[in-house]
Every structure is written in structure tokens, then in C-alpha cells.
Ligand binder design. Sequence first.
Ligand code: AMP
Length: 299
Amino acid sequence: MSVLIVGSTALDSITTPHAKNPRLLGGSASHAAVAASFFSPVRMVGVVGDDFPRNYLKLYRKHKIDLEGLQIVPGKTFHWAGEYEVNMNNRRTLATELGVFESFTPRLPEAYKDTEYVLLANIAPSLQHHVLDQMRRPKFIAADTMDLWLNIALQDLLKLLKRVDCLVLNEGEARQLTKEHNLVRAAKAIHKLGPAYVIVKKGEHGAILSSQAGMFVSPAYPLCKVIDPTGAGDAFVGGMMGYLAAAGGAVDGKLRRAMIYGSVVASFCCEGFGLQATTKATRARIDSRVKELEALTKF
Ligand code: AMP
């Protein structure tokens, strides 16, 4: 089963206390698509400018990502620049240059419209709506978002929540959206806005799932060294959706394991700049870390 992913396809300039890396392959859709590709075929919807390096297209192809839904148009690719502090948990956005995303209208190739698993990775909610408008009957729709859209596109986002099965957001965003400091109460408040499944990401402390079946706490894989956490949230949700699409069947029985796989792919993401470490992962290395996580959390 394929997974359809729409989101940002970007050039990221990332500064950490140890290094500066300009114009890496990044974007929510890129991170999520590569993560999902370890489990299932991926169809990607996005836009890049004519400045987008050809070797980045090759990298998508190496992961067998279907690029029929990726538009290449005259202009500049979306560029994001961020800087991390010493502890790598605090990040400052230095620049967000929308470039070709400013006038982007996602157009789904005919073959994409029947995709059953849809990930609306972080991008303007209006674009997420636009993709859903073109889909026939998806089986499971997950959406990611960020504080920017809570600040500037809240009404669009609230309408989107009525259309999705699962919302994935980080703890700060969950608090901002619901005005609830307690995350259990925040998750309950988000259910009332629409999604039957709510996943709150807590960075190095894992993620919490809330659904009718109850709660689940997914740990993060403990790493000795984090090189660059950019895209870890996207890798988490991409890995999770790829696993769900590959598993098929009822989501309820698979979601916990899917979150663990997502968590493990996110751990690889943190071990290199941009997508450098994620693209070197293999299904065998992912499976081996999942086993380690299982042993680490059994009692
Ligand atoms: P994360 O670390 O999971 O928050 O994801 C970081 C990725 O989000 C980077 O690769 C950026 O290119 C992308 N990104 C940053 N700002 C935006 C934005 N406003 N819209 C869409 N994607 C963004």
C-alpha cells in the first residue's frame, strides 16, 4: 500500500554549535518521505524551484519516491535557516523564504487520488486542504502542523482538524492550541476539535498517543550524540505512516508499533545533518533498533 505525502520540499541551512551547513536537502515532506520509504512506496506532492540541486532529486529516486506530484517551476526553492543552542533542544528560526511555495497549488496526478494513507506533513493548512479536496476516499489521514500556522492560519487549521483522523503536534503546539498546560487534558480537548487520534511529540522524551482505545507512550531511542534534530518530527510521522500503509488492516491494532518504528527512524535522522544519516539507514538497522527499544522498555 502506498502513502501520499504533501509538505515542504526545502533547502535548509542549519547551524549548530559545532558546524554550519548551508542548503541541505530538507523540508517536512522530504524527511517524511524518506522515512516512509523504508516501509512502503511513497508518492510525494510538493514544489521546488529551478535552483533545486539535481543530486537531491536523485536521492529521492534512490528511495523510490514517486515524483510525479513534485512540480519543478521557475524560481527559488523554499529556504529555511535555523540555529541550535548547545543542548540542541532549543532552536531559533533565522529565515523562512517561501520562494515557489508562495504561489503553489498542489495538483494530484490521477494515480495519486485513490491513495489510502495520506500524510499532510507540515505546510500551510490551505495547501493541506487543497490536497484533501482532490482525494477520493482515503482510509487514514494524518496531519502535522507547527506554531506558525497556529499563529497565522488558525481558522484554516481548525477546519482541517474536522477532516483528519490523526493530528500530530509537539507539546508546545498542543498547549498553544488548547490553552491546557496538562498534555492529557490537551489531548482530550483536541479530540473535541475532530481527530480521533492525537499524538503529542515530546522530542527526546518520545511521544504520547491518545485515542478511544486509551493512551500509549512511545519512547525515543536513547542516543549518545545528537548531530542535528531537524526533521526528526517529520521522520517520526513519516516512518509511522509508512509502517501503517505497509501493514494495512485496522489502524488501531497497528498504531503503537508504527509509532515505535517512527521513533527509531527519527533517531537515525538526529545522527547526521539534514537527511544524511536517515538516507544511510536500512530496514535491517531499523528492525535491530526496534528490538533494542523493546528490550529497553519491557518490565
Ligand atoms: P522539524 O525539525 O520536524 O520541525 O522539521 C524541520 C523541517 O521543517 C525543516 O526541514 C524545514 O525545511 C521545515 N520547515 C520549517 N519551517 C517551515 C514552514 N513554515 N513550513 C513548512 N516547512 C517548514
